[in-house]
Structures are given as C-alpha cells and as structure tokens.
Design a protein around this ligand. Structure first.
Ligand SMILES: [Mg+2]
Length: 224
C-alpha cells in the first residue's frame, strides 16, 4: 500500500493568480500594504512563509506577531472563494482527473494532500476544481510553516483516516517544485516530481526527486 501526498498549486491545478490576488487584498485590508504580492513568488511556499516574506520586505515590524499573521490569513480566506470563482485562468493541470479517478479505485493506493495552503484555502481550491472527493485528509500550511512538517502531519492524519500505518518508504510526495522535493527528503518520504508547470523534469531530478514525470499521465504506470 502506498500513500500519495499531492501538492495542489502547479501539480493538480492553477488558480490563475486568484491566491495572489486574495492575499494582496488581505495585506491591504489588514496592514495597509499596497501591492504586497508584487515580486513575491509563491511557488513551493507555505502560506505562513508567504506572509512572513511579505512582512520581511514591506513591514518588518510586524514579523513575529502571530495575531496579525492570523488576521491576514482570515482576510485572505474571506475573499478567496470570490477570487477563485472570478479567476478566468483557473484550470486543472493536464490529465489530473483521469489520473485521480484511476488512483482512487486502486486497492494499493491511498490519497491525501500535502500542500502549503492553509486547510480552508486548500479546500476552496479543491472544491473549485471538483477534486475534493479524492482527498479526505491532508497536511496543510496551517499545520506547519515548513513542508517537511506539514507532510509529517499529512502522514499522521492519513494513518488515522485509513486506519493503517504508512512507513516512510511507502509515502510518495507528488509535487511540481524543488521545495516539494526537499520537503519530502527532509521528512524521509519519496519525492516524485511532476515537471508540468514552472520547473521541468530535469530540474526536479537535479533537486533529488526519485522519480520524475512530464505530467500526471504516467503516474499510474510508475506505481505498477
Ligand atoms: Mg506547487
């Protein structure tokens, strides 16, 4: 039995900038920071680290204030559904639905997410893409600031949900960035890179991915 932990952004779907727009609105509303997300790359980042990055650049006096970070995240979540619904660039990555459909009926595979999104943000994105039913549990940016930590949280939740243990070697972390690969290695899990978005397969292999795919069409074959 393998546990597959899927990253969301750039692996399962692209929000078309909805996440960045929602965060920019939140920083403006809560902290009065204009254009907070300009020049900030969210790829591979957890939501708490994105907030920390913006504070470091634009409002260092707010660093280390958990209250203001929580208010930014709350404000972000309050507008996220609206931004997702209005995002013309929202789309699923290639082959996502047939891949998940095939995986979901395999007796040798369990599914969960391992994403830097906070839990409610992840749920909104998966709902928008019609993918929520494949992922009963996960680890999230609201569990830990670091990917290795949220992946460990995903494992614990999956073990409770599926009522079995998943040894580290049985856990595949499917993601599109070198940060996904590094997080998997730090957690002791198996990194599987999908080079369909910002990074290509060669970059993900260089980062240490055990397996690399050009898109999700080859994932089932890799499991056989
Ligand atoms: Mg990603």
């Amino acid at each position: 039995m393998r546990l597959l932990l899927f990253d969301i952004d750039g692996t399962l779907l692209l929000s078309g900038g909805a996440g960045s727009r929602a965060l920019a609105r939140a920083f403006l509303e809560v902290c009065g920071i204009e254009g907070a997300m300009e020049g900030v790359s969210c790829a591979g980042m957890t939501d708490p680290l994105i907030v920390e990055t913006v504070f470091t650049r634009r409002a260092p006096h707010l660093l280390g204030d958990p209250g203001v970070e929580a208010r930014v995240i709350e404000a972000y979540l309050a507008v996220m559904a609206e931004e997702l619904a209005a995002s013309p660039g929202f789309r699923l990555m290639p082959h996502v639905r047939p891949c998940l459909e095939a995986l979901s009926v395999r007796p040798d595979v369990s599914l969960a997410v391992g994403t830097g999104n906070v839990h409610r943000g992840a749920a909104l994105k998966l709902d928008r893409g019609g993918l929520a039913r494949y992922f009963p549990v996960g680890g999230y940016g609201s569990d830990h600031r670091l990917r290795s930590g949220l992946l460990a949280a995903a494992r614990l939740r999956a073990e409770a949900h599926y009522r079995r243990s998943f040894p580290p070697e049985s856990i595949w972390v499917v993601g599109d960035t070198p940060q996904d690969v590094a997080g998997a290695l730090d957690a002791g899990f198996v990194p599987v890179g999908v080079g369909a978005h910002a990074w290509d397969a060669a970059s993900l292999r260089d980062a240490g991915a055990r397996h690399v795919l050009d898109d999700l069409s080859g994932l089932c074959a890799l499991l056989d």
